[in-house]
Design a protein around this ligand. Structure first.
Ligand code: MF3
Ligand code: CO
Length: 249
């Protein structure tokens, strides 16, 4: 069931989203060659707690950390580790969120570590832009398929692949709510978007094929062909005036 939020609910959720975006920003500022993904995770957790919120991924279905931190050919759900030191040339996808007064925020971005290749830069730019193409379609009256098509068209036109095995989602009093928000689709298909709907839109894009596999840790999702992958996510509210990005600082 898709839950529509009232204005009062949206204002609480905006606070959860603001904290989620702030945590992503402190990580962006901390990313540099030599730092471990476990250190980045601690920085995010400390920030979220300092804002009176709680990391919403921690303990979710047994997930052990605040952030998912995925490097290079890791797509999503990388578990922060003391052993994983970032080096110049890596790209690092960070996904995290916060729950505040019962409402969730969720966002993600891929960052460059030191100097990265032009190929990696182009992947990051294309993935970020595909998210904004999708958000532009997140208007009342449009349908879920319009969002997915916007991502798919933008990235496939540039020679990249959409990961289809994982999707975006509704979000509110739960981290994951209906509906699913695939990053592929057919214009005019799927459920209609209504004012008060809140969606986490999150394209996961590979340079190579879209196929993925899961590591023996049960969490980390990798590209099957070893190619680089990027991930961007915003929590977005459908309003009568159009899409409102909630995960902003
Ligand atoms: N950030 C993921 C999403 O956007 C959820 C991560 S699963 C978790 O849906 F277990 F790590 F929380
Ligand atoms: Co999400």
């Amino acid at each position: 069931m898709v839950v529509l939020k009232t204005g009062r609910e949206l204002s609480i959720m905006k606070e959860a989203c603001r904290i989620s975006a702030g945590a992503l920003q402190v990580i962006r500022d901390a990313v540099e060659p030599g730092i471990t993904t476990a250190e980045l995770d601690r920085i995010a957790e400390k920030y979220i707690l300092s804002q009176g919120a709680v990391p919403n991924f921690k303990n979710y279905q047994g997930y052990p950390a605040t952030a998912c931190i995925s490097v290079n050919n890791e797509v999503i759900h990388g578990i922060p580790s003391e052993k994983r030191k970032l080096v110049s040339g890596d790209i690092v996808s960070v996904d995290l969120g916060a729950v505040f007064n019962g409402y969730h925020g969720d966002n993600a971005a891929t960052f460059a570590v030191g100097d990265i290749s032009d190929e990696a830069k182009r992947l990051i730019d294309t993935t970020r832009e595909s998210l904004y193409e999708a958000i532009r379609m997140a208007c009342p009256g449009n349908r879920i398929g319009d969002i997915g098509y916007a991502v798919q068209k933008y990235v496939e036109d540039r020679g990249y692949s959409v990961v289809r095995q994982f999707v975006g989602h509704g979000i509110g009093t739960h981290l994951h709510e209906a509906p699913e928000v695939p990053n592929f689709g057919t214009p005019g298909r799927g459920i209609r978007l209504l004012p008060g709907m809140t969606l986490a839109i999150e394209p996961m894009i590979n340079i190579g094929k879209g196929d993925v596999k899961i590591m023996p840790d049960g969490w980390t999702v990798l590209t099957k062909d070893g190619s680089l992958s990027a991930h961007f996510e915003h929590t977005v509210a459908m309003t009568p005036d159009g899409p409102q990005i909630m995960t902003v600082v």
